[in-house]
Design a protein around this ligand. Structure first.
Ligand SMILES: C[S@@+](CC[C@H](N)C(=O)[O-])C[C@H]1O[C@@H](n2cnc3c(N)ncnc32)[C@H](O)[C@@H]1O
Length: 285
């Protein structure tokens, strides 16, 4: 912790060192974000006014956030939000933090649909709502259903739907994947848990220690969900309907095969910004 009466600049240096020691790469940038959060000011104000002397209360607030981050708690959970596709989503420990990789799925859907059509959209495993709610915001004629097994995740999604002004166009319901869904949809999307159970312990501490296991664990080979959706897509999609699923690294061939076995025509796999095959788009004939 910085000494009493020390400047913001000194506090930032001390925090950056502490985060670096904890194995955090962007320590300096994160120190600034933590300071902005603790002091209730913008990052620009942190940088521009780093000569200011911190009060004891401010130092304590900053130290508390720095301690949490040094224990590898994710920035999104400390700050309480994450930006996704240009919008801010509330994040808690009950939901997966929205990932930039998942924007690949948004692009895959938006590039395929008629933006003026009144589509019906289903998301399986809605979590924070970043996928379904982004699509509802981008496609103003669309209505949707988001399913999750986790009631606490659904509470976060509902809050995000209200903030984004799309709550009136979606139903967020509790259910075990497709079991409580009777309707057929134009578009079904999912970013399911796809990490093989044995690989969970090797993930970064931010993920394996703090993110919900229910959002990560894809079963023995990581493919449990894809088998389920492949078996159900016939009854979930209208003829010509679209399925877009996020996949884990190296899962493209297996998931493609499963979806074909389910009767879908696989149209494309899309790579994320790191060049990894991240999303499969398929169509019901
Ligand atoms: C990888 S997270 C994706 C969350 C969000 N869609 C996103 O992209 O950030 C998977 C979600 O599936 C939910 N889930 C896990 N098992 C489920 C099940 N059997 N039925 C419904 N949802 C489930 C989890 O609670 C979690 O919110």
């Amino acid at each position: 912790m910085a000494d009493a009466g020390s400047s913001l600049r000194q506090a930032l240096s001390a925090i950056a060192l502490r985060l670096q020691d904890a194995g955090i790469e962007r320590a300096r940038a994160e120190a600034r974000l933590l300071a902005a959060q603790a002091l209730g000011i913008s990052v620009e104000a942190v940088v521009g006014d780093d000569g200011r002397v911190l009060s004891e209360t401010e130092q304590r607030a900053l130290d508390d956030l720095a301690r949490r981050r040094a224990r590898r708690e994710p920035m999104s959970q400390i700050l309480g939000y994450r930006e996704f596709y240009g919008r801010r989503f509330a994040v808690t420990a009950d939901v997966l933090t929205p990932r930039p990789d998942s924007e690949t799925l948004i692009e895959a859907v938006l590039s395929h649909v008629d933006r003026a059509a009144p589509l019906r959209l289903l998301e399986l495993g809605v979590g924070s709502g970043c996928l379904l709610l982004t699509l509802l915001a981008e496609l103003p004629q669309t209505t949707g259903v988001g399913v999750d097994l986790s009631q606490v995740a659904l509470a976060v999604a509902r809050a995000n739907a209200a903030t984004l002004g799309v709550a009136g166009r979606c139903a967020l319901i509790e259910g075990d994947w497709t079991s409580s869904v009777a309707e057929r949809f134009d578009v079904v999307i999912s970013n399911p848990p796809y990490i093989p159970s044995k690989a969970l312990a090797q993930l970064d501490p931010e993920v394996s220690w703090y993110e919900p296991r229910l959002a990560l664990d894809g079963g023995e080979d990581g493919l449990t969900f894809y088998r389920r959706v492949a078996a159900d897509c016939e009854r979930l999609l209208i003829p010509g309907g679209l399925l877009a699923v996020e996949i884990g690294q190296g899962q493209c061939d297996d998931v493609t095969q499963l979806l074909r076995q389910g009767g879908l025509e696989v149209l494309e796999s899309r790579r994320d910004l790191a060049g990894i095959e991240r999303c499969i788009r398929a169509r019901k004939p």
